[in-house]
Design a protein around this ligand. Structure first.
Ligand code: ATR
Length: 277
C-alpha cells in the first residue's frame, strides 16, 4: 500500500517492515533518525511505548496516548522544522522525532465511506472491547458527537475505566457500560476476537438476531469476513471490515511525510490486490 502510494507520487523512497523487540524500540528509533529515515509507522505494542520517546507529540497522539506515525523533521536555516523528506540531506543540522496518531481519524473516515451513515452525529453505537484500538474509537466517536456509546468488554473493570476516561474528556457525554436496552445504529468490534478461525464471536448470534443493528463494523480486516460479519450479514445488517481503517491511517501517514495529498486510489488498489493473497 505505502510503496504503491510512493510510486504514484514519483518518489524514490521505499517502505520496509522491521521486527523490533519492545526493549529495542528506543535504539531503533535513534538508528532510523541517524540513518536519515523519513519516518516510521509503529504497531502494537510500540504505539504506547513510543510516546515518551518523541521530541514532539501532536495533539491527537497525546489525546489517544499512542503514536502510530513518526515524522523525522529537520530544522532549516529559517529555524522552521520540516519533514526530512522535504529537505536536502546537507541541510539537516538537527533532526527531531515528531509523533502523530492517524488511527483515530481513520476509523471515522472508514465508517463514513463504508456506510450511508454520513452523519455519525446522533448515532447510537455499541462498542465491543476496551483495549487500545477500542479506546481510540470511543474517544473519537464521542468527539464526533454520537448520541450514546455503550461499551462491552470481557474485563468489566476496563469497560468502566474507558467509560470514565471518555467522560473525563467529554463531560456530559452519554457513555454507558454493558449492553444497550434499545436499538443501535452501529456495532463496532474493537476486540481481537475474530483474528483466529477458532475464536468465538465477540457478540453472540442470538443478540444479533434479536437486535438487528443497522450496521456492523469489524476493525479486523483479515479474514475478510469474520464470523461476526457473516452472522450480521445473514440477519440483514450492513457490514464492513477494517480495511478502510488500515488504508486511511496509512494514507494520512504518507501525507505527513510528503506534505502531499495521498494517492488513495492507488493505495487502495494495492491493498486490495495484496491483502488477501
Ligand atoms: P488492541 O491494541 O488491538 O486494541 P488490546 O489493547 O490488547 O489490543 O485489546 C484487546 C481487546 O480484545 C480487549 O478489549 C480484550 O478484552 P480484555 O480487556 O478483557 O482483555 C479483547 N479480547 C482479547 N481476547 C479476548 C477474548 N478471548 N474474549 C473476549 N475479549 C477478548
Amino acid at each position: 500500500m505505502q510503496n504503491a502510494g510512493i510510486a504514484a507520487l514519483g518518489l524514490n523512497w521505499r517502505y520496509l517492515a522491521f521486527d523490533v523487540a519492545p526493549e529495542q524500540l528506543q535504539p531503533a528509533i535513534e538508528g532510523a533518525r541517524t540513518m536519515g529515515f523519513i519516518g516510521l509507522n509503529l504497531t502494537v505494542p510500540h504505539k504506547i511505548l513510543a510516546v515518551p520517546m518523541m521530541d514532539e507529540v501532536d495533539a491527537a497522539a497525546r489525546k489517544w496516548g499512542a503514536v502510530n506515525t513518526i515524522v523525522f523533521e529537520a530544522r532549516g536555516v529559517d529555524g522552521e522544522w520540516r519533514p526530512v523528506g522535504q529537505t536536502e540531506p546537507g541541510a539537516r543540522a538537527a533532526v527531531r522525532a515528531h509523533g502523530y496518531n492517524t488511527d483515530a481519524d481513520a476509523i471515522i473516515q472508514a465508517l463514513r465511506e463504508e456506510f450511508p451513515l454520513k452523519e455519525l452525529r446522533g448515532a447510537k453505537v455499541l462498542l465491543l472491547g476496551a483495549g487500545g484500538a477500542a479506546s481510540a474509537a470511543a474517544l473519537r466517536l464521542a468527539e464526533e458527537g454520537i448520541a450514546t456509546l455503550w461499551i462491552v468488554n470481557r474485563t468489566k473493570s476496563k469497560a468502566r475505566e474507558l467509560k470514565d476516561a471518555v467522560l473525563r474528556t467529554f463531560p456530559g457525554f452519554d457513555a454507558r457500560e454493558g449492553f444497550p436496552d434499545t436499538a443501535v445504529d452501529l456495532v463496532i468490534n474493537g476486540t481481537s476476537l475474530g483474528l483466529k478461525a477458532e475464536d468465538p464471536m465477540p457478540l453472540d448470534a442470538a443478540w444479533l438476531e434479536r437486535n438487528r443493528p443497522g450496521r456492523v463494523f469489524d476493525m479486523i480486516y483479515r479474514p475478510r469476513e469474520t464470523a461476526l460479519l457473516k452472522a450480521a450479514r445473514s440477519v440483514g445488517c450492513q457490514t464492513a471490515n477494517g480495511m478502510g481503517m488500515l488504508l486511511h491511517q496509512g494514507a494520512r501517514a504518507l501525507e505527513l511525510w510528503t506534505e502531499k495529498r495521498a494517492p488513495v486510489a492507488a493505495m487502495r488498489a494495492a491493498l486490495e490486490a495484496n491483502i488477501y493473497v
